[in-house]
Write a protein that binds this ligand. Structure first.
Ligand code: AMP
Length: 265
């Protein structure tokens, strides 16, 4: 992968990457379309990264369809798909980790121990393999995007980070590879999350009402958080925009969603 990227760069190309875990949907494809506007040579990485899954999470049953992913990448002008195996990525005895220590302490970080350590480590490794000039991440994983931005700033990666908007199904459900786990009934109920988030009025956001609405629809709320969208910290007088972030289970499936609203004082 490095050889390939070096050769392209020698030819003056700007290299862009979209890291994914595969099972691509229109959310991923929107990131690919975005990076194609920002780079001359587009790499998509497909790697279901074991180190970001907890011991009781869905690593083994995470959906995969490599053939279809390849077709979609081809149709969207991807130049290279980098799809290493777990053995390619992690030597037996791997013992080096990249950790971000401020933004990962709560929201998904506190519910999924070691999740972000796995993310920052694998993204570092993918950056070192692909040697990109620009990388696109999705606002769907709002905390992840902030963590990656912080990591790139703190560790001086010479890589531009772009965050692309969250893409939804026609009925509002945030697109996710994990949506395929939902039964038709769970999927219908799960619509409560986006219905509530998309119905919020700036200046009138009440986390308790969001919690109740999701619970009434049959969901088990993991968290509802209202934060400064730029810092993930508490909302203050300086806050420009607020992030309303939700994680909730419908059946065994954990879904996340968020909206960003102007901060009304
Ligand atoms: P994943 O394959 O779930 O690890 O996601 C790979 C990238 O796609 C991440 O940057 C995600 O934030 C992004 N992504 C996933 N779902 C969506 C979505 N519905 N809208 C926008 N970006 C998304």
């Amino acid at each position: 992968m490095q050889e390939c990227s070096r050769k392209e760069r020698l030819e003056g190309k700007r290299i862009g990457v979209v890291p994914t875990m595969g099972y691509l949907h229109d959310g991923h494809l929107s990131l690919i379309d975005r990076v194609r506007e920002l780079a001359d040579f587009v790499v998509v990485t497909i790697f279901v990264n074991p180190t970001q899954f907890g011991p009781f999470e869905d690593l083994d049953k995470y959906p995969r369809d490599f053939e279809r992913d390849c077709e979609q990448c081809m149709a969207h002008g991807v130049n290279v798909i980098f799809a290493p195996s777990a053995g390619d990525m992690y030597h037996p005895g791997h013992s080096t980790w990249v950790t971000e220590e401020a933004l990962t302490t709560d929201l998904c970080g506190s519910r999924r121990p070691n999740h972000f350590r796995g993310v920052t480590t694998v993204v570092t490794k993918l950056f070192n393999a692909v040697l990109p000039d620009v990388a696109v991440f999705g606002q769907k994983d709002a905390q992840q995007a902030l963590v990656i931005r912080r990591m790139v700033r703190d560790l001086n990666f010479p890589i531009e980070i772009v965050v692309a908007p969250l893409v939804r199904e026609a009925d509002g459900l945030a697109m996710s590879s994990r949506n395929r786990y939902l039964s038709p009934d769970e999927r219908r109920r799960a619509l409560a999350i986006s219905r509530i988030l998309l119905g919020l009025t700036p200046g009138k956001v009440n986390p308790d009402l969001i919690w109740d609405g999701i619970t009434k629809a049959g969901g088990r709320v993991d968290y509802v958080e209202v934060r400064d969208a730029d810092t993930l910290g508490e909302v203050t007088r300086d806050t420009r925009e607020i992030l309303v972030a939700v994680a909730a289970y419908f059946g065994p499936t954990r879904l996340i969603d968020n909206v960003v609203l102007p901060h009304v004082h």
